[in-house]
Each structure stands twice: as structure tokens, then as C-alpha cells.
Ligand binder design. Structure first.
Ligand code: GLC
Length: 540
């Protein structure tokens, strides 16, 4: 078994994690100084989102230089210190690779604009003539994920494709020079000691030949994503095989994991499990984010269906779970209450496979409301001010103290990268550390118990002790049993047919009854600790 198969990986969004230089924006030195928080939490790995030079049209996912550090976040030496500190603390470090698009400020795109139609420089991107009598209409009907057409016209009349913001022109992955430049990017970060990559929009790099229309309703049904001409194309797979070979063979510097232990995790919005499984074949990516779990409703039948489907999909040895990310609404808000978010955390952390946590999830932060004039997410402008976007989950973390900036920075509160709410004093790390009932204490304890009772076989389905129609979920993996009461009535523990002693509850548990929206863990060390792996519980 490899480390990534049951890793708990903490997503660190650097501008909102910790500020060291006092400019109000989080930076790499701040992250290094606060990495101890992640180690104490009990995570095994850190995935750091883009920290590269960027005009910030999309929170850093618009990259102007793939092998440098953004000046406001630090220097390459700061990155080396972060890597060394992570490794000293026993944490693996994963960086973000954003290959679908560059920034419009990347030297390649500036060159493409200057060089004109038909040039080699334009060939690195997806420039096309428009439709209509004078080429005044976009080349096809593709829509940007952020709203509006996926095309922008330049001064000489050509259009370029961008599946996200216009400041994020899509690359032409059929161009050999693009391919080899990205292999160099992979080598560069491997040489600096990273242990793996999270690959941004890994389903979108190739567009169907001829770029045909996608048809009406293209972004309405994510289950049909794999049928879109700009998603899930066959040519992705030889590319990922090429990268996998590189990862498996490129020499590792001291401190980093051995080549064959590196990980590549796909951010792939392909919801058909059979299609998604194709990204995680043994010679391609190691893992893909399980967005079906992240998006599942607070409903026992739906959660069970998603869990079973995830574990039985081909490539099940690579299963991941996540409740939040920098793109998603915070679970406290999405699921409807802090109680539910805490119960969901125990559910996720009891499942076999790996879990991705997003910074602030361990503090139970709710989604913040950002005042109109401070919104940074391009979704706000692109949606004509109807979608406030994702900034509400990207607010700087509260570390200590009673008022903003809560120890995040030495700068004045009004200068933090995004504004923090005035009522976050109870959410600070310092406040929660002292409180045995806090969400931080719950996460720490859950991760400690998870380590003490590993799944042994992260590919084995849990044994269900609840029926698909029950208002609760109960399952066992190795010595650990998890019960989640998703119903509206208190659930008596006796009579559920479970063995083991209660060790952790996400809410008030009186020893006999599990309240609604509460999860309970039991440990039974007397039974054989290995999952049988048959996926069939003794009851249902
Ligand atoms: C991914 C990132 C998201 C970004 C998009 C475009 O989905 O997680 O934050 O906006 O890619 O790069």
C-alpha cells in the first residue's frame, strides 16, 4: 500500500493561510511558520494551491510563470524552506499544476497577440476565425465555466478559446512545444523536492478536432460532462501516461519521496464513475477528486449510493473523499448546520481511502459574505453580479485574538486579502485549542484515532450495518465503526447490532442515544482488524 492511498491531505490556500511580511496577504513564509498546525492536526500531506506569479484574474489559477514564486508570496528560497519544513514535520508536499490555460500575461500569450494569425506563437493557443459574414460571431457555441462565451476576439479579428476567464487563454495541447514545456515544469518542481501534483481541470486539456458546437444546455447536467467536445477527450490519456512515467523515473532529491511513491491527483469534473476511472489507471493518475461525495445531499440513501459507487468503481484503490475546497461552499453552510458538518467529517474520516481537507474546515468556518466592493472572484463580474462566486470560502484563517485580523497578519484588519467577519473570535485556532468540544479538537481526535486504527486495505468496501432505507448510516472498517444519524429522531445505540466502545462523537452523546445530525465512532479491538473486503455487512 502506498502512502497516498489513505492519506489525509490538507489543502493550503496560501493567500488566506498566514501572512508573515505584514502586507495583509498570506505568503510562503507565513505558511512555513504555521505548518505545525497541520502536523498537530494529524494530516499526512499538504497540497498548496498556486503560488506562482499571476495577475490574479482567478485567484492565481492564471499563471504568468510556471517555475517561479509570486513576489507577494515570497521567493524560490522561501519555497525551499516550506518544502524542507514540511518534510521535517513528516508531511508530504503536493503542488498545483495548471496546464489547461496560462495567464494572458504569460510571455507566450503576449507573443501570440503580437505575432498575428497563422504564427507559431498563436499555434500554442486555440485561435480561430469567427463565424458570421465578418467573423463577428464566436467560432462555436462553447460557454465558459464562469459564464458567457468561451471565446474572446482580439484586435486583428481572430478569436481565442478560454474555458474560464478571458484572462486564462487555453493552450493547444496538440502542440509538441507545449507538451515538452510542461514536462520541464514537472521536472523543475520535482527537483525542488515536491512529492506530487494536483492537476487542475485535468479533463479539459484537449478539445475535439474541429471544435464542434456543444449544443444547448451544455453546463446544466454535469453527468453529461464527458459528452462535451471540450471535456474528457481520448488524447488526455497518453499525456497522463507520459507524465506518470516521468514521475516514476525522475530522480528524487533528498527529503522527497522516492519516484515510485509520488502522487498525481486529477481535478476532473467527470461524474460518470466509469469515465472517471479511466484517469486513474495504474499507468496514469493515482487519484481523482471525488466530487460526487462533495456534492452529495445530507441524505442517507444518497450518501450510501455515492460511497458504494465510489468504492466499487474500477480503480477503487484510489478512492478519495472531500467535503470542501477553495471552489466549494463551506460544509457548515452547504449542509445547513455546524452539527451536520461535524457529523459529515466523522463520516468521511471513517471511510477507507484518502481524505482531502480544506483549510478552515477543521475550524468549522461558515461561508463568509464578502461585501460587493471587495469581491475578487471573476464569477461575480462574469455572471452580471448574480453569482457572488467562491471568495466566501477563501477568507483568511482566524488564528488568535478577538478581532480581525485574528493573528493572520500584523497588517491592519481592513487590509487583509479578503475581509474577515467581525464575529469569528470563537473560530480561532487559539480559542478552539482550549475547548474540548471544539471542531478543531474533534478533527484532531478523529485523525489520531484514524491513525491508531488504519483501514489496512483502503480499497475494501466498508461492511454496512444499516439498511439502504434506514435514516442512519452504520458501517465498519477494521476496528472502527461509524454511525451517523441523519434522521430527525434520536437514535438508540442498543439494537443497532454494533460492537465496540464509543470513542468519539460529533455532538452530545449521552452513552445511549445518538441525537439527529450526529455521528459516533466505536472501536472494537477484539475482532480481527482486517476488513474482509467483501463489502457485505452481517446485517444488510
Ligand atoms: C480549478 C480550480 C479553480 C479555478 C479553475 C480554473 O477548478 O480549482 O479555482 O478557477 O480550475 O483554473
Amino acid at each position: 500500500m502506498s502512502w497516498w492511498q489513505d492519506t489525509v491531505c490538507y489543502e493550503l490556500y496560501p493567500r488566506a493561510f498566514a501572512d508573515w511580511d505584514g502586507d495583509g496577504t498570506g505568503d510562503l513564509a507565513g505558511a512555513t511558520a504555521r505548518l505545525g498546525h497541520i502536523a498537530e492536526l494529524g494530516a499526512d500531506a499538504v497540497w498548496i494551491t498556486p503560488f506562482y506569479p499571476s495577475p490574479l484574474a482567478d485567484g492565481g489559477y492564471d499563471i504568468a510563470d510556471y517555475t517561479a514564486v509570486a513576489p507577494d508570496l515570497g521567493t524560490s528560497e522561501d519555497f525551499d524552506r516550506l518544502t524542507a519544513r514540511a518534510h521535517d514535520l513528516g508531511l508530504k508536499l503536493i503542488v498545483d499544476l495548471v496546464p489547461n490555460h496560462t495567464s494572458d500575461q504569460h510571455p507566450w500569450f503576449r507573443e501570440a497577440l503580437a505575432a498575428g494569425p497563422g504564427s507559431t506563437a498563436r499555434g500554442r493557443y486555440l485561435f480561430r476565425p469567427g463565424r458570421g459574414l465578418a467573423g463577428e460571431l464566436p467560432p462555436n457555441d462553447w460557454q465558459s465555466a464562469f459564464g458567457g462565451p468561451a471565446w474572446t476576439r482580439v484586435a486583428d479579428g481572430e478569436w481565442y478559446c478560454h474555458l474560464h476567464a478571458p484572462e486564462q487563454p487555453d493552450l493547444n495541447w496538440r502542440e509538441q512545444e507545449v507538451r515538452s514545456a510542461f514536462s520541464d515544469v514537472l521536472r523543475y518542481w520535482l527537483d525542488r523536492g515536491v512529492d506530487g501534483f494536483r492537476v487542475d481541470v485535468a479533463h479539459a486539456l484537449f478539445k475535439a478536432e474541429g471544435m464542434p458546437d456543444a449544443g444547448p444546455g451544455q453546463h446544466q447536467d454535469p453527468l453529461r460532462n464527458h459528452l462535451m467536445p471540450y471535456y474528457d477527450q481520448e488524447e488526455l490519456h497518453p499525456l497522463y501516461r507520459e507524465w506518470r512515467k516521468l514521475l516514476d523515473t525522475h530522480p528524487a532529491p533528498p527529503g522527497a519521496v522516492a519516484p515510485h511513491d509520488r502522487v498525481m491527483v486529477a481535478e476532473s469534473a467527470v461524474f460518470d464513475p466509469a469515465r472517471l476511472a479511466r484517469y486513474i489507471r495504474p499507468d496514469e493518475m493515482h487519484q481523482a477528486f471525488n466530487f460526487a461525495f462533495l456534492e452529495a445531499a445530507w441524505d442517507p440513501a444518497e450518501l450510501r449510493r455515492v460511497i458504494d459507487a465510489s468504492l466499487s468503481a474500477p480503480g477503487g484503490g484510489a478512492v478519495t473523499w472531500l467535503l470542501s475546497s477553495h471552489d466549494a461552499v463551506r460544509p457548515v453552510t452547504r449542509l445547513g448546520s455546524a452539527m451536520r458538518a461535524r457529523a459529515a467529517a466523522l463520516l468521511m474520516l471513517a471511510l477507507p481511502g484518502s481524505a482531502y481537507l480544506y483549510q478552515g474546515e477543521e475550524l468549522g468556518l461558515p461561508q463568509a459574505t464578502i461585501p460587493d466592493h471587495r469581491i475578487l472572484d471573476p464569477l461575480w463580474e462574469r455572471s452580471g453580479h448574480t453569482d457572488r462566486g467562491r471568495d466566501g470560502s477563501r477568507v483568511p484563517l482566524p488564528w488568535s485574538g478577538d478581532l480581525p485580523p485574528y493573528g493572520f497578519t500584523t497588517a491592519k484588519a481592513e487590509r487583509t486579502w479578503l475581509p474577515q467577519p467581525d464575529d469569528w473570535a470563537p473560530y480561532t485556532v487559539a480559542a478552539q485549542e482550549r475547548d474540548p468540544a471544539s471542531t478543531l479538537t474533534l478533527y484532531r481526535e478523529a485523525l489520531r484515532l484514524r491513525r491508531a486504527h488504519p483501514a489496512y486495505d483502503p480499497t475494501a468496501a466498508p461492511r454496512w450495518y444499516s439498511a439502504p432505507t434506514d435514516p442512519y448510516l452504520a458501517f465498519r472498517r477494521s476496528a472502527l465503526t461509524c454511525v451517523v444519524n441523519l434522521g430527525t429522531q434520536p437514535l438508540p445505540l442498543a439494537g443497532l447490532g454494533l460492537t465496540g466502545s464509543p470513542v468519539l462523537a460529533s455532538g452530545p452523546f449521552d452513552g445511549g442515544t445518538i441525537p439527529p445530525d450526529t455521528a459516533l465512532w466505536l472501536v472494537d479491538d477484539t475482532e480481527p482488524q482486517h476488513n474482509e473486503g467483501d463489502g457485505h455487512g452481517p446485517v444488510h
